[in-house]
Ligand binder design. Sequence first.
Ligand SMILES: [Zn+2]
Length: 317
Amino acid sequence: MMFVSSPTHFTVDRRKFLAGAGALIAAGLLPKNALALAGPHTFNHGDVTIMVLSDGHLTLPVSLIAPNGNPEEVKAVLTALGVTGDKITPAASPALIRAGNEVILFDTGSGPGFQETSGKLKESLAAATIDPASVTKVVYTHAHPDHLFGTSADGGALTFPNATYYVNKAEWDFWTNSELPGKVPEQMKPMVMGAQKHLGAVKEKLVLVKPGDEIAAGITVLDTPGHTPGHASFAVPGEGGGLIIMGDIANHPVVYFAHPEWHFAFDADKEQAVATRKAILDRAATDKVKLVGYHWAYPGVGFAERDGTAYKFVPAM
Ligand SMILES: [Zn+2]
């Protein structure tokens, strides 16, 4: 099987924001749960400013974690993390970079109707006083629902109407293949049809990229396949060893740092995903690269340190 799945002011003062947001909620201009969303978490990196937004979180079966691991060992690792039930609730956190006049959003979240606890990016942007119309570039790590389905509304209206859209060519070619819907099992069809719908919606404003290409301000495409055939990450030059927008290379910052060889059930090509994970974590540990993980506990910013033959996640201060 090819893959498995189911499914402006930038540095606004937090207290001022809370007061302002409270008034907006009272006036009905912001949803009541706007304050329940995490963030925004903002930091400077070299010449750019990075903001981690929240699309909420997902609710997924715990059985996705390490189907190839020793069950007792997996259970011990999860129990130590406080995960004792049959569900995990990973965060979903798109990153936004301001570089000069560019406002660059990495992934669009899951949009409405995917899961009740996700699809909150618009609220998160409103809370950060960022107008979706001000986003100049939307860049995708991959075309899974939780990264792509926030792209357009029913009818095709784009959430980010003025943006140019950047998709890794290998990812575009895989998902937009007209024969794909006929090749996948029935339960995967909604995901494929959704990917074709949202990718189709940006067709007129599309830039297909390949590994090594520059998005803006020295930000380049990294080839990180495995989770999906054309999964991409993004290297952002700057302080120290730079920074990598990881996407879904390592979907838990404790489990997959300690056990990069463990599979994640949604990884399309599991051995390729393991090879990518090991390569990027090795590079990150060697070069002291700051990492931003889409599904890590919010805000999901930190470093990989060597720990025996594997790694440990050290949150950035
Ligand atoms: Zn994901």
